[in-house]
Design a protein around this ligand. Sequence first.
Ligand SMILES: NC(=O)C1=CN([C@@H]2O[C@H](COP(=O)(O)OP(=O)(O)OC[C@H]3O[C@@H](n4cnc5c(N)ncnc54)[C@H](OP(=O)(O)O)[C@@H]3O)[C@@H](O)[C@H]2O)C=CC1
Ligand SMILES: O=C(CO)COP(=O)(O)O
Ligand SMILES: [Zn+2]
Length: 350
Amino acid sequence: MFEKSTWIKLPRNVLVGHGVVDDLGAAVGELYLTGRPLIVTSPTPNEIAGDRVRAQFDDPATAVVEEASFDAVEELKATAEAVDPGFLVALGGGKPIDTAKMAADHLNVGFVSVPTVASHDGIVSGRSSIPEGDTRHSVAADPPLAVVADTEFLANAPWRLTTAGCADIISNYTAVKDWRLANRLRNVEYSEYAGALSEMTAELLVENADLIRPGLEESSWVVVKALVSSGVAMSIAGSSRPASGAEHLISHQLDRIAPGKALHGHQVGVASIVTEYLHSGENGRWTAIREALAELDAPTTAAELGVDDEELIAAMTTAHEIRDRYTILQGGINEEAAIEVATATGVIDR
Ligand SMILES: NC(=O)C1=CN([C@@H]2O[C@H](COP(=O)(O)OP(=O)(O)OC[C@H]3O[C@@H](n4cnc5c(N)ncnc54)[C@H](OP(=O)(O)O)[C@@H]3O)[C@@H](O)[C@H]2O)C=CC1
Ligand SMILES: O=C(CO)COP(=O)(O)O
Ligand SMILES: [Zn+2]
């Protein structure tokens, strides 16, 4: 008997464009969500867009998240108990979105994402990444029922946040290589659909890197659609595999070794230069990844990340220890080899 089954959870309404924040009420209405909304936001997006969001609902409540943490999730759940919302609307970057995503999952209420920055694919994905001490915990949670991404806000957000979103997508290229390797060597389940979608999304961004420029709404539109595709690929796979391989392991280690120095997307971008080199050698596509990142003004070296060479090497040599995920770094890379690949790719300067 055939016993396999798949449950793919995807956003139902995805709105991207100029002024779409004013269609949020309509997008939510289509989902048949009832009750009052609890708007979960952080200071800047609340200031920029809070009133426009609140204006579309009857009796909205607001919670402002200053820092993402498990305590913030618990506080939000306590607020929700007092407010009794029908659903949560997260307005802002990863901080309010991931806090609301996890709280909504615990509270069993619907959740809608209104990103004001395009800084990583967590704005649409079914994963909540919550910092705790020197680690970030990546926890499965239902993806948003709707995503309403207004390019007016995204284009005016700090450019470095957008370049981090681009680099997070470009890193899908090596993530898929790691996933295929795991499939070949460890029989890890691989989805052709999710792998192809994720890889194509990264390829498209590399090819169009020269068209993505600060302050252009059109560029934000391209980036958000790529982030949505990446989130969909993860939903199809039922894991972050299509968008998180060895380059993410290195980045997660950097979060521990050199906390707060660089953005997630920038770290995974630099790390994917070296993991691509490890996959394909000196004639591989690591130069295309590096050039696309440079074209986007994203970091391509440890120095540009603000990380010491030693910190990057330590992250590379310990990355395999942090998660049971088979990648090109399985078994670990030793210090000498790590220095060699980082030097050959220009990621460190020796
Ligand atoms: N789920 C996932 O896969 C991932 C999740 N994360 C998580 O996301 C969080 C970090 O993500 P990030 O998106 O950088 O988070 P933030 O929500 O902290 O946003 C980044 C900064 O941008 C500001 N901001 C937001 N919107 C605008 C705007 N339109 N114009 C100007 N400034 C704006 C915020 O200001 P202010 O603080 O004043 O509101 C904040 O200072 C972390 O908690 C991390 O763990 C990170 C990577 C992947
Ligand atoms: O950042 C992610 C995908 O881009 C999520 O991956 P993790 O599961 O490694 O946190
Ligand atoms: Zn990522």
